[in-house]
Ligand binder design. Structure first.
Ligand code: BGC
Length: 759
């Protein structure tokens, strides 16, 4: 853009209604329409999120087939497990670079939906069960992508937490969990990183399609959070185009051949849609086109395939979670003989099925990469099991050969995981179990050697019934094209694992908070667990889990000490802690801060993550780590007041190595927000008592009336006030023998609510 580039609104003022309507929907599966006479080119928006999926011209009309080769970085499940926003931002930059080289204006990602259930088929594309982790990782990705002059598209907005029936189902969520859990991550990304676009989801929220919800797309997103970019529909998410554009959904994708453009034109002509609404949407589209034009050409090809592969390997290594490591089974010595068992070592599962599936520039496998570390003649491979029934190998024979190999070698590294078809966009899982034959193979191997390392390949959590019987377990998620190398790096200690779980691994699916409410009936999914998503539930119910949220081991150890919390002038809290690497290897620790408020008067999780940092430490090194817990993040959504409120009190800041491994603690007093709700006849007596004006008056009236007969029939220690404090004020007039008439109460309410000069 130059100084002479006209403003978007000026351009839009010169367009006909037909041109404007046309601009607000796609021209092809992946591009917008242009208006040549007005100098508006078409632009391309394409997937995302963990690699570029740009279809070739000859691609199929469903947008699924053949795409140009691009680096397949770890999907969100792996990348997010690094908890390292610096690393994530670098991956974002690489994604932006690849998109820019291919002239892509907007990359469709990151995906920020909360992992409400391990069953969601698309969990591999999402970051966490926690909104702060999702929001921080999402913001870092957006910053990285957009630093290359390419827009990001934060998706799927909102409450799209399952795949089954995703185009119709209504996510029925109460306001507090909606605000505090499901929207909070999106809010953080919008406020911190200003994404160019937000993609609205397919589903309905409390009965209203996300694509036509003015509360979601305009009131919350724009008026409250200050979003000034463009809202694009998920592909095919528009239910009713005129309602959508009126709600604040600017660009319908993909192309529908102009059918719904005609509806917009007709609605403006018959007066049911203001033309100004179309102008606003068109202006946002022209604005997006101008932004993408501004940076066009700044990033030139060719793609540095090697450098991006190396970054993909680094990121993958940082996403591997060491769940368990007894008897120092890991790292493996390069002189040990190793039985590498399991088809995933040779044919890796490295990304999920659906719209995010990238054609990688190359593909590492762990079998070859382990051979590099193990040295000549030290590593041996056996397939162990079949992944597909189309594989005509004999299962018994495969198992027998693998067990024989395991018995003869120093260590058996067993690759287990979910077949690709088990988890995908478009449908959900039915259970969280690994295939039976893989579990049987593991049992058989454990029968011949105790030195077993399990490496898991899965896009969302699986049950680990063997966790007590295996000395070392690595959760390797789906790690992108360089995952094979990264797994070998961790197995042999070239990379010291530092990733942490962004989702709890439960003992059983039945323990999951959404267990009785997942999937829904009659098109409605009741989010009955409310605020208690993920660890918030397991902690509140004091349930044992296989591995808690935030857990992840290292080959070194860390000590936490000297925690202090102090409230700054703007109300944010600075939390300091001293971390020492007490082992003999360099490593990173993800330091997590959880807050709680013991004397809270509202329903709250036991503790909630509010900040985290990934800290690199040499052996013996000590560092003072300072993190900021934002005052805004301590707020809860007050449903009656319809605003965020910080409750006053002494907050606890637990500095932790996982949600269940609290290492140091600090407290700080926070002043609460002043909240004065208007008094009504429906206010309780307790609320009237607590009111600064009404309280003394009510007390006086009650004292004048005395306890009356009631007191004589009550046991002595019954607290009368407790008995009546929830009674609505207006009902006091319904009882005889006191001074509360309807008139007195209404006068009291008027006095209490009268505007007052500030003290
Ligand atoms: C997915 C989006 C994706 C779009 C375009 C939709 O089905 O939900 O995540 O960006 O298709 O491929």
């Amino acid at each position: 853009m130059t100084e002479s580039t006209p403003l978007p609104a000026e351009i839009v003022a010169g367009l006909t209604l037909e041109e404007k309507a046309a601009l607000t929907s796609g021209g092809t599966f992946w591009t917008t329409k242009g208006v040549e006479s007005a100098g508006i080119p078409k632009i391309m928006l394409t997937d995302g999120p963990h690699g570029l999926r740009k279809q070739r011209e000859t691609g199929d009309h469903l947008g699924i087939g053949d795409s140009v080769p691009a680096t397949c970085f770890p999907p969100a499940v792996g990348l997010g497990s690094s908890w390292d926003v610096g690393l994530v931002e670098r991956v974002g930059e690489a994604l932006g670079t690849e998109a820019a080289i291919e002239n892509v204006a907007v990359l469709l990602g990151p995906g920020l939906n909360i992992k409400r259930s391990p069953l969601c088929g698309r969990n591999f594309e999402y970051v966490s069960e926690d909104p702060i982790v999702s929001g921080e990782v999402g913001a870092a990705l957006v910053r990285g992508i957009q630093s290359k002059g390419v827009g990001a598209s934060v998706k799927h907005f909102a409450a799209n937490n399952q795949e089954n029936d995703r185009m119709r189902a209504s996510s029925d969520v109460d306001e507090r969990p909606l605000r505090e859990v499901y929207l909070r991550g999106f809010q953080r990304v919008v406020e911190d990183a200003q994404p160019w676009t937000v993609m609205c989801s397919y589903n309905r929220i409390n009965g209203v399609y996300a694509s036509e919800d003015p509360w979601l797309l305009t009131h919350v997103l724009r008026d409250e959070w200050g979003f000034d970019g463009l809202v694009v529909s998920d592909w095919g998410a528009v239910n009713e185009r005129v309602a959508s554009i009126a709600a604040g959904m600017d660009l319908e994708m993909p192309s529908n051949g102009g059918e719904t453009d005609a509806q917009i034109i007709a609605a403006v002509r018959n007066g049911t849609l203001a033309e100004s609404v179309v102008d606003v949407a068109t202006t946002r589209i022209v604005n997006l086109v101008q932004k993408s034009q501004a940076g066009a050409g700044d990033v030139a090809g060719p793609l540095d395939v090697d450098a991006h592969h190396a970054l993909a390997r680094e990121a993958a290594g940082r996403g591997i979670v060491l769940l368990k490591n007894e008897r120092e089974t890991l790292p493996i010595s390069s002189t040990a003989s190793v039985a590498v068992i399991g088809l995933f070592a040779e044919k890796p599962r490295y990304q999920g099925a659906g719209s995010s599936k990238v054609t990688p520039t190359r593909l590492d496998n762990a079998r070859d990469e382990i051979a590099e570390y193990a040295g000549q003649g030290n590593s041996f491979y056996a397939q162990g099991y079949k992944v597909s029934s189309r594989d005509d190998a004999d299962s018994e024979e495969l198992r027998r050969a693998a067990v024989e190999l395991a018995a003869a070698k120093d260590v058996a590294v067993l690759f287990l995981g979910l077949p690709e078809a088990a988890e995908a966009e478009g449908y959900d899982r039915e259970h969280i179990d690994l295939p039976d034959d893989q579990l049987a193979l593991l049992d058989a191997v454990l029968g011949v050697t105790p030195n077993v390392v399990v490496v898991l390949s899965n896009g969302s959590v699986v049950a680990l019934p063997f966790a007590d019987r295996v000395p070392a377990i690595i959760e390797a998620w789906l790690l992108g094209q360089a995952g094979g190398g990264a797994i070998a790096d961790v197995l042999y200690g070239a990379v010291n694992p530092s990733a942490k779980l962004t989702e709890t691994i439960p003992l059983r699916l039945q323990d999951n908070p959404s267990y009785l409410n997942f999937g829904g009936t009659d098109g409605h999914v009741r989010y009955g667990e409310g605020l208690f998503v993920g660890y918030r539930w397991y902690d509140a119910r004091d349930l044992d889990v296989a591995f808690p949220f935030g857990h992840g081991l290292s080959y070194t150890t860390f000590e936490y000490s000297d925690a202090v919390a102090s409230v700054g002038p703007n109300g944010d809290v600075e939390v300091r802690v001293r971390i020492t690497n007490t082992g003999d290897r360099a490593g990173r620790e993800v330091v997590q801060i959880y807050t709680s408020l013991a004397e809270s008067t509202i329903q709250r999780p036991v503790r909630e993550l509010k900040a985290f940092a990934s800290v690199a430490l040499d052996p013996g090194e000590t560092r003072d780590v300072m993190q900021v817990v934002r005052r805004d993040d301590l707020a809860y959504w007050h449903v009656t007041a319809q605003r965020w409120v910080v409750e006053g009190g002494d907050y606890t800041f637990d500095i932790a190595a996982s949600s269940r491994d609290l290492r140091a603690r600090a407290t700080a007093p926070m002043e609460g927000d002043v909240l004065s709700l208007p008094l009504t006849r429906q206010s309780s007596l307790g609320e009237a008592f607590a009111h600064p004006i009404a309280g003394p008056i009510v007390q006086k009236i009650m004292a004048a009336n005395g306890p009356g007969d009631a007191a004589s029939i009550m046991p002595e220690d019954v607290d009368m006030m407790k008995m009546i404090e929830s009674m609505p004020l207006g009902r006091m007039a319904m009882f005889p023998g006191d001074d509360f008439s309807t008139e007195t109460i209404d006068r009291l309410i008027a006095t209490a609510n009268a505007p007052r000069a500030e003290a």
